[in-house]
Design a protein around this ligand. Structure first.
Ligand SMILES: *Cc1c(COP(=O)(O)O)cnc(C)c1O
Length: 356
């Protein structure tokens, strides 16, 4: 039976990426060697790294003055690298979920981190608005898509201080005005590649302003200077990322995928609203994520949650259990998830409703 992969991360990748990865594992770029055993200093892999970086710049229209690097350690290491490299005295954080809170905790290790606003009062079911941002902070950190709670900030804020964004779960899902950000970072395993790498876009002129000593491996300048080859990069993950980026370009880029993402999300939110068994956890339409769609059962049918999960599983629908801090269901509708999978979930919801 066809499986529909709604996992939140690691998550579905394009079939193209999987097929090219299999080819690359057998024979990488005609070398007669596997991508799993190739030297990262080989000219073929250097070309792959350069191409991946070039595609990121092209797809997101990255302006000059910015660098793109691939680093190990996932998005979670960026929670620490950002304050280490950028914060002299104070920084500001918008607390919109668990990942934002984790980033905030790391910043506090290195200085005074301010919480400018939080949506914790309503279990992170909305994006705070109308907060005031101090003008003397070294940077302002936001999380554009809150993977666990299903909220998303789909506009690029224009702020008078350097803006840093964790885009782990919505990178490449829409066009982004990179010029508004000083740092954008994203773990690969949601919209790009298997786990093992974080992609970072950095405006070079924000670096070199802190006085603390930074360990060589944790200094962005090290990796910029070495073209992400200071130490051995996660070779296979970068290769897979290159494949996904090629796939996305072929498809028409971020504008084209955004259109598909809006259609997929609309289809599912419409059914959640229509179906008497379900309701969305995020009320405000403009805060609703296009990547992670969270919903629960209405009070009357609450006891059917387990049954629905089982029923969905029998239809090949995998990975829709909600995160333990929200409960209910979460359908992750990342770039690679085909509309047919969303349709399959909607049909399953309809069918389940019919029998009640
Ligand atoms: C998944 C995720 C992370 C954590 O990524 P790791 O690569 O596991 O460190 C951080 N932020 C957001 C928004 C995420 O979705």
């Amino acid at each position: 039976m066809k499986k529909h992969n709604f996992y939140a991360g690691p998550s579905i990748l394009p079939q193209y990426t999987i097929d090219k990865s299999i080819e690359g594992i057998r024979d990488f770029a005609g070398t007669g060697l596997s991508v799993l055993e190739i030297s990262h200093r080989s000219k073929e892999f250097i070309a792959c790294m350069d191409n991946a970086i070039g595609l990121v710049k092209e797809l997101l229209d990255v302006p000059s003055g910015y660098q793109v690097i691939f680093l190990g350690g996932g998005a979670s290491l960026q929670f620490a690298m950002v304050p280490m490299n950028l914060m002299n005295s104070r920084s500001a954080y918008l607390i919109t979920g668990e990942w934002a809170s984790k980033a905030f905790r790391e910043a506090k290790i290195y200085g005074e981190a301010l919480e400018v606003a939080s949506s914790k009062d309503k279990n992170f079911s909305y994006i705070p608005k109308n907060y005031s941002l101090p003008s003397d902070v070294d940077y302002f950190h936001i999380t554009t898509n809150n993977t666990i709670y299903g909220t998303q900030l789909r506009e690029d804020p224009l702020v008078p201080v350097p803006l840093v964004a964790d885009m782990s779960s919505d990178i490449f899902s829409r066009p982004v005005d990179v010029s508004r950000y000083s740092i954008i970072y994203a773990g690969a395993q949601k919209n790009l590649a298997p786990a093992g790498v974080a992609m970072v876009i950095i405006k070079e002129d924000v670096l070199g302003k802190v006085t603390r000593p930074i360990p060589t491996m944790l200094d962005y300048r090290t990796h910029i200077k070495a073209g992400s080859m200071f130490n051995t990069p996660p070779v296979f993950t970068v290769f897979a990322a290159e494949q996904t980026l090629k796939w996305l370009k072929e498809l028409g880029g971020v504008k084209a995928i955004e259109k598909k993402n809006i259609e997929k999300a609309q289809m599912l939110y419409d059914e959640i609203e229509r179906n008497k068994l379900f309701k969305p956890t995020v009320g405000d339409h403009e805060d609703r994520s296009l990547m992670n769609i969270c919903f629960i059962m209405t009070d009357e049918y609450k006891e059917l949650e387990k049954d629905f999960l089982e029923f969905a599983k029998s239809r090949g629908i995998i990975g829709i259990a909600g995160h333990r801090s929200v409960g209910g269901f979460r359908a992750s509708t990342y770039n690679a998830l085909p509309a047919e999978s969303v349709k399959a979930l909607v049909d399953t919801m309809k069918e389940f409703e019919k029998n009640r």
